[in-house]
Design a protein around this ligand. Structure first.
Ligand code: PLP
Length: 433
């Protein structure tokens, strides 16, 4: 932003003027010395004004170019190495990344795959489920989570979310469990880990498996009620994630992974991702072709080293937003469940109350501030996933959130001046509307 630099320049100019004043200017010295500070003050204010209007770094929803810049050389070299070795598919860098991610997550098995949707599908395929088995997940998430359930001819059972954390509502989950229920898929939405203590409790009582959708929360650290901490995605039987470019750990294309501590399940999954083969050209189970490209693995291997730093920058940005937007009755700021490590702020999402969310979006866009609506239509209302088992009043919170949430720019390159500008505009809008 250069405000500090600008102020320093103005001070230097004043100092220089004094030198000129002392040594060169012979007449009217008193008047000039009196007027000059006043002139410099107004000039400074004018510069700061211009600076805010014209000079502020463009605000992006995500800033992948800015994140690439400091690691450009290393990334380019890694990509070139893959090209030189022509090890495009299943190259050694893929197993390097796998091991590094296993270490980072402190889990026995990471199985890389082509994207986060495949990761969810493969996780379900590995569980020997039968058509009609019920899989419980949330109404308020990206379509991938429910799409793979339907694709496998399993029965999606959508439930409402918690109004403060946006994650699965434990009471709704409990009432959705039937004899046909087999799996719960909690989604750690926007970077906040769901209430895993309660989910595990219900899963144990009802003999259900847990697949954690960690597409938005990689690196988050869940704190159990007994004080233990564990990385999101490693708590249930299986965890899945996405390396979509804008994710907290994003590739430069598609990518995903499945995690588990269970040896036999990991073995099975390794076959499923590779056409159901455990021995070349022997297809023991129905599989898919879902591989992480070597080039993507090479990029992710570098970015993984910075994941904690990226997540910390996101948290710092979130804290700044919260500091500036706190105590405004017209908005609800994100709530952190557990301690601060349990949220990695994939999104910073506000709930707008008593004023028009869509007008706020328009106003922000008009002021050069992008924002996102995640998600504008609850899944139970989508044509593909409607079911007569649902009652509208079962989705009171999701229905309300879909009309009132707004996600602000959030990425590891966001600076305090940009956040200050965004919050100033939000507050100005809320004061008038
Ligand atoms: C919660 C959630 N699950 C799954 C996915 C699917 O990931 P991908 O786009 O890599 O298939 C996404 C991606 O946006 C997501 O946000």
């Amino acid at each position: 932003m250069g405000k500090q630099k600008l102020i320093k320049e103005i001070i230097d100019e004043y100092k220089n003027f004094k030198i000129i004043d002392f040594y060169k200017i012979k007449s009217n010295i008193g008047v000039v010395r009196l007027i000059m500070p006043v002139y410099l003050f107004f000039r400074g204010m004018f510069y700061l004004f211009l600076n805010e209007i014209f000079n502020m770094k463009k605000i992006n929803m995500v800033d992948l170019a800015g994140q690439y810049e400091p690691i450009a050389k290393e990334v380019n070299r890694a990509i070139n190495d893959v090209i030189k070795n022509t090890s495009f598919i299943n190259g050694p860098v893929v197993s390097d990344f796998q091991k590094n991610l296993e270490n980072y997550l402190d889990i026995k098995h990471v199985i890389p795959c082509a994207n986060g949707t495949d990761a969810l599908q493969i996780a379900l395929m590995s569980l020997d489920l039968d058509p009609g088995d019920e899989i419980i997940t949330v109404d308020f998430t990206f379509a991938s989570t429910v799409e793979v359930i339907a694709l496998l001819k399993l029965t999606p059972v959508l439930v409402d979310v918690d109004s403060e954390t946006f994650n699965i509502n434990i009471d709704s989950l409990e009432s959705a469990i039937t004899e046909k229920s087999k799996v719960i898929i909690p989604v750690h939405l926007f970077g906040q880990v769901a209430n895993m203590d309660e989910i595990i409790r219900l899963a144990k009582i009802n003999n259900l498996q847990i697949i954690e959708d960690t597409a938005q929360a990689i690196g988050a650290n869940y704190k159990f009620l007994d004080g233990r901490k564990q990385k999101a995605g490693t708590i249930g039987l299986i965890g899945t994630t996405s390396f979509f470019p804008s994710k907290n750990l994003g590739a430069y294309g598609d990518g995903g992974a499945v995690f588990t501590n269970n040896d036999s399940l990991a073995y099975k999954i390794r076959g499923i991702v590779n056409h159901g083969m455990y021995e070349r050209y022997h297809h023991d189970v129905v599989g898919v072709n879902s591989r992480l490209d070597s080039i993507q693995a090479a990029i992710l291997n570098i970015k993984l080293k910075f994941l904690d730093q990226y997540n910390n920058s996101r948290k710092k940005a979130a804290l700044k937003y919260t500091e500036l937007l706190n105590n405004n009755s017209k908005i609800q700021i994100p709530k952190i469940l557990g301690d601060e490590d349990s949220h990695v702020f994939h999104q910073y999402t506000l709930v707008v109350k008593g004023t028009n969310r869509d007008e706020l979006v328009k106003y922000l866009n008009h002021n050069g501030i992008p924002c996102g609506i995640y998600y504008p239509i609850p899944l139970h209302k989508q044509k593909a996933y409607r079911s007569n088992r649902y009652d509208e009043k079962d989705f009171e919170i999701t229905n309300r959130l879909s009309k009132s949430v707004i996600s602000l720019p959030m990425h590891s390159e966001l600076d305090d001046d940009q956040i200050g500008f965004i919050c100033k505009k939000i507050i100005k809008f809320l004061e008038k509307n």
